[in-house]
Design a protein around this ligand. Structure first.
Ligand SMILES: [Zn+2]
Length: 308
């Protein structure tokens, strides 16, 4: 279980009850105001509360607290079904963070149960605004942390996210002619290249720290320093804070390697899966618990200090 630096998030039932009565949700020290036109959606308030509470709990569990003290979530009706996208701002018209979710008028309960979008957008609240050329970092952290956080609250099985990573991370590898992450703003390098940076950083921090610290500790240190989506930081400063939080200079070194140069290579990624003990098996994966970094793999999804 992750150890919380702040008070642990309120139990799911309490979060639910306040939301159902129409009040704000209070999760992990944050206050979430839900704003939408109930007549626009087929979904019940109970379903929307459960979905919002679950995402907020996952993010609060990963970070030990909700990333910002206050956020407004606006559900914007769209034609059709499902969760159709989201956008997060650190500083909306009212000066507060805002998440806008584009939600189908005919969205079904099962589609909310399966949704990753709202958790992804809430992770954005934790990431300081960095210069545009490093946008990959904002999307990479959101892409990498969202499923890990959902495993830590039991929403997803670990095997499912390792299967998704095994399938997805290769989309983040540099293509012919690509440069470093700061100079290749394609979709694959931005989302999956950024996520691959996070995975490599997580593994390296755990290797260097005897599996006592991980990327989770580095990202918590950023919040503890008073930073979030509401602050502007250079990547160097952000990574210096993160490295201070883990005691090992992994983020700054990896940024020097991957920011300007096209790496890693496909062979490096294959080697990483072998070291973690993750092998494709039909649609899923199978784990090799005798692999050199099997304990690192387990610790990533167990939370801080878990799986040693
Ligand atoms: Zn995003």
């Amino acid at each position: 279980m992750p150890s919380a630096d702040a008070a642990p998030p309120a139990p799911r039932s309490m979060i639910q009850a306040s939301c159902l009565s129409g009040s704000d949700l209070r999760v992990g020290g944050g206050t979430i105001t839900l704003s939408y036109d109930a007549a626009a959606f087929a979904l019940t308030r109970a379903r929307i509360c459960a979905w919002t509470g679950r995402a907020a709990l996952a993010v609060s569990t990963y970070y030990g607290r909700f990333p910002v003290s206050r956020v407004r979530i606006v559900l914007k009706p769209q034609d059709g079904e499902g969760v159709r996208g989201g956008t997060t701002w650190g500083d909306a018209d009212d000066g507060q963070p805002l998440i806008q979710i584009r939600l189908g008028r005919m969205a079904q309960a099962a589609q909310l149960d399966d949704d990753w979008t709202l958790t992804h957008e809430m992770v954005h609240l934790s990431v300081p605004s960095v210069p545009e050329q490093s946008h990959w970092l904002e999307e990479g952290i959101a892409t990498y942390v969202e499923p890990v956080a959902r495993v830590q609250t039991g929403e997803l099985p670990a095997a499912r996210i390792w299967a998704d990573m095994l399938h997805g991370m290769r989309k983040g590898l540099p293509a012919d002619g690509d440069q470093g992450l700061d100079h290749t703003p394609t979709w694959g390098r931005t989302y999956w290249g950024g996520a691959l940076f996070c995975l490599m950083a997580d593994v390296a921090i755990r290797e260097r720290s005897g599996n006592r610290k991980g990327l989770q500790d580095a990202l918590r240190a950023v919040l503890a320093a008073g930073d979030s989506i509401r602050t502007d930081l250079s990547v160097d400063r952000l990574f210096a804070i993160g490295d201070q939080g883990t005691g090992v200079p992994v983020l700054q070194v990896l940024y020097r390697e991957m920011g300007d140069a096209p790496m890693p290579a496909g062979d490096d990624l294959e080697n990483l899966w072998r070291r973690l003990g993750v092998y494709p098996d039909g649609d899923g994966v199978r784990f090799d618990e005798t692999a050199p970094l099997a304990a690192v793999r387990r610790a990533i999804t167990a939370g801080r200090g878990g799986g040693r």
